[in-house]
Design a protein around this ligand. Structure first.
Ligand code: AMP
Ligand code: ZN
Ligand code: ZN
Length: 425
């Protein structure tokens, strides 16, 4: 029996509708898979982590299964040599620009700029640290952004400033009270962004090893506990990357800006034993003393200090050892004194009114001293497995990361050749 025509039409209409529906569902699921697949696809990515003041030998001090995992499956340098002075801001800027401080302009944590007639200092909410005019180098986040990549900083000294009119796409003002977990979560949240908004270069920073090293000195067991806690944070990051199937596809670089050495109130040089402090501005005190003598008094001050104390080396700016690469900037003062390892420079008044200082630990000394050296650990597809390399200077890290991210490096003092050995290719 023939079907009535209307019924037939309705049936074929339903068929067509079903066909369209199932076809679009198929298309939609393919598209979603494509999207997910696309999202899972990772461009060459680098996470750069700094553990402030993490000395090269701290790894031996505690149970650190996560750091050990990275070392065993990646590259470790016997030590990372800081630039002079071995202070936080100069070194973080050298890592991120590849330049010596005399070229990137952050010649210390405390500076005076005669052109600006202004002082620079550091710390959360420091106004000058957020002022781009102090920074003369090109941080890697700018190199990346200028060349169409996305950069993100969950803290890095210098990242609080807009430099040359550019900031990382994602960034935060430095706040030491934000927990380690929160910092890691922020990094992960950026990795979870869709592919077109996901950063390829991410930094983060942890200050505890520096804080505790200053407070108790590098040999105190409290430092071991901090190292262990930081290892736990690294473990949490590795687990989160593993869950996302990113662990073997992301490059992780762990660094530190300098090491730490012990101080004593028995090892102190009093500047006012030799010069009248009214005749100078002491821009930075210890262990590298930056002295700006009053007009016409440079020779007098220099001769009064030179050879005055056996544990204090005194230099005119032009005569600083060449290996310091520390002469050619207006922010380097005419007279620079460098204390011997473990010695401090102060005044009688300051010493007597601050009973807690000049004990514990510090850094800033000659960058050749092993105690000032930091760490370099790198893990990921770009790096060799289970390799220990000789100590190298932190200025080479900029070129290394530019190479991994396929970025043209800006003018800098480092060279890829110096660190080529760590690369897998
Ligand atoms: P240092 O005095 O050389 O040991 O420097 C360590 C200190 O640098 C930390 O304790 C912080 O107070 C400070 N610091 C770290 N990151 C930043 C930042 N992004 N902005 C300002 N200060 C910072
Ligand atoms: Zn530091
Ligand atoms: Zn410090």
């Amino acid at each position: 029996m023939r079907q009535p025509e209307t019924k037939l039409k309705r049936r074929s209409a339903r068929g067509i509708l079903l066909f369209i529906l199932s076809f679009s569902a198929l298309l939609w699921s393919c598209k979603r898979e494509d999207l997910e697949e696309g999202n899972r696809h990772l461009e060459s990515t680098v996470i750069l982590i700094s553990f402030d003041g993490f000395r090269w030998d701290y790894l031996e001090r505690a149970d650190t299964p996560n750091l050990d995992y990275l070392v065993q499956n990646g590259v470790q340098a016997q030590a990372l040599i800081p630039v002079f002075p071995s202070k936080t801001f100069p070194n973080h800027m050298s890592i991120i620009t590849g330049q010596y401080p005399e070229n990137h302009g952050i010649v210390s944590n405390r500076m005076y700029d005669p052109l600006f007639d202004a002082f620079f200092w550091i710390g959360a909410e420091s106004e000058p640290a957020r002022d781009g005019r102090w920074y003369e180098g090109e941080p890697l986040w700018i190199t990346a952004e200028k060349q169409g990549q996305i950069a993100a900083t969950m803290f890095w000294p210098g990242s609080d400033a807009e430099i040359r009119g550019i900031r990382p796409t994602h960034w935060s003002y430095y706040d030491g009270t934000i927990s380690r977990e929160e910092r890691i979560n922020r990094v992960l949240s950026w990795l979870d962004l869709p592919r077109d908004r996901r950063p390829t270069f991410i930094t983060t920073y942890f200050e505890e090893t520096d804080n505790w090293g200053h407070e108790y000195g590098p040999d105190d067991p409290q430092v071991d506990s901090v190292v262990q806690a930081l290892d736990g944070t690294v473990g949490a990051l590795l687990d989160s990357l593993r869950i996302r199937e990113y662990l073997d596809r992301i490059n992780l670089i762990l660094t530190s800006d300098h090491g730490m050495t012990g101080l004593s109130r028995q090892r102190v040089v009093f500047l006012d034993d030799y010069i009248d402090l009214e005749t100078v501005t002491v821009v930075d005190w210890s262990p590298v003393t930056a002295i700006l003598p009053a007009e016409g008094l440079e020779d007098t001050v220099y001769h009064a200090l030179d050879g005055a104390h056996p544990n204090l080396s005194v230099y005119r700016k032009e005569e600083l050892p060449e290996r310091f690469h520390y002469r050619n900037h207006r922010r380097i003062t005419p007279i620079i004194c460098v204390a011997d390892e473990g010695w401090s420079v102060t005044s009688h008044e300051y010493f007597d009114t601050h009973v807690d200082v000049y004990s514990g630990g510090t850094h800033g000394y000659d960058n050749r001293l092993p105690s000032m050296h930091g760490i370099f650990i790198a893990y990921g597809p770009a790096f060799k497995d289970d390799l220990m390399v000789r100590p190298f200077m932190n200025i080479h890290i900029y070129e290394l990361i530019c190479h991994i991210l396929k970025l043209n490096p800006a003018q800098n003092d480092g060279s890829l050749d110096s660190v080529m050995v760590v690369l897998e290719e």
